[in-house]
Write a protein that binds this ligand. Sequence first.
Ligand code: AMP
Length: 135
Amino acid sequence: MAETIFSKILRGDIPCHRVYEDDHVLAFLDVNPIARGHTLVIPKEPAETLDKLSDDAAAAIGRVLPRLARAVLAATGAESFNVLQNNGAPAHQAVFHVHFHIIPKHADGTGLGIGWKAIKAEDAPALAKAIAAKL
Ligand code: AMP
């Protein structure tokens, strides 16, 4: 995997506003937040996208995400939040080291804006089987 800004943060070569760390996970404030308390949660395991992450690293992230979300809400006073996880440049990924955004939605409207345009679910039975067959 290519070197990223997050590898440098993990090594301590560049600073971050750290909120949590354990053997497998680091969480820190986003440097360009879209809401106060916008936090990034990253695995220490190097993987560009979520589909390349090991089960163990994914489990380590999953174990702390709810606790981190609760802390972000408690510290900022927000009552709602989004967890965003981008994979691939067309899907808005800019840093190619897996990361989860915890983004509080504040009363002033700051937070994640979502464009959600549903399409027709035409081949759902076959598609569900095709995906299941790939697991
Ligand atoms: P994404 O578009 O999902 O790849 O988001 C990457 C995020 O990393 C953006 O929200 C950036 O603001 C954030 N980011 C980039 N560099 C840093 C840094 N040095 N410290 C903290 N967050 C960063």
